[in-house]
Design a protein. Sequence first.
Length: 298
Amino acid sequence: MAALRAAVPVLALLGLCLRPAAAVTPLVIWHGMGDSCCNPVSMGYIQKLVEKKIPGIYVLSLKIGSNMIQDMENSFFMNVNDQVREVCSQLATDPHLQGGYNAMGFSQGGQFLRAVAQRCPAPPMLNLISIGGQHQGVYGFPRCPGESSHVCDWIRKTLDLGAYTKAVQEHLVQAEYWHDPLKEEDYRKNSIFLADINQERGINETYKKNLMALKKFVMVKFLNDTMVDPPISEWFGFYKSGQAKETITLQETSLYKEDRLGLQEMDKAGKLVFLGVKGDHLHFSEEWFDSTILPFLQ
């Protein structure tokens, strides 16, 4: 009996040593316009970088379509609501994510992942990192990927002619987060994606509850951005209504003041993080990423 009693502390210590280490929180990433899930110089690079810096992490780089070409094309032409539903289905059936995951979206992938957080709370998104995401939309494309491509010119002309027509809204991704400060009523009435997730037509309490469940909502703004108009949309600000010169911060918007999404409450609780980085759209160094973004994933 004495020998057994003496062995108990040793067995307990051995049990502690054999207990598995805490699991690393998985990461889901969503690319931006004109990109794809696995481009080796963009999302593929980010995935490998995260996997190198955080050993054992599971990273899901979202692909919409059966291959990289379809994924890229869908970033221009597939209804965003359908994309979000597809992603919600992917996340719900991925066994690696059922305990929760962090999410990181690049450019338009930032607001698309916010839609996932608001619409699909299971599995739970823990932290959302939006890198250059346009959360109040855009009013112009000064520059877009593949500047010499006819696609970019066609998008600009189409948006100018009829961003809020039913056909354009349903088949052109960029129209679905086109926010015309000179036509606010048209935007609120006809935007099939952004006006919905930004509570412009009424309050969906589920959206609010689900977003407020985030531990942190990190928004990165590029301080020399020449692609997003206006760049302050990356911090949830936008043009003051009725004109397209003066901008206002998130805290000055009615969305915040009326707390339609819970952002005011999240801000007061320290859940909103506003980061600025020097450089043009999605231009950042590995050193900045390591020191500034990786801590939110660990």
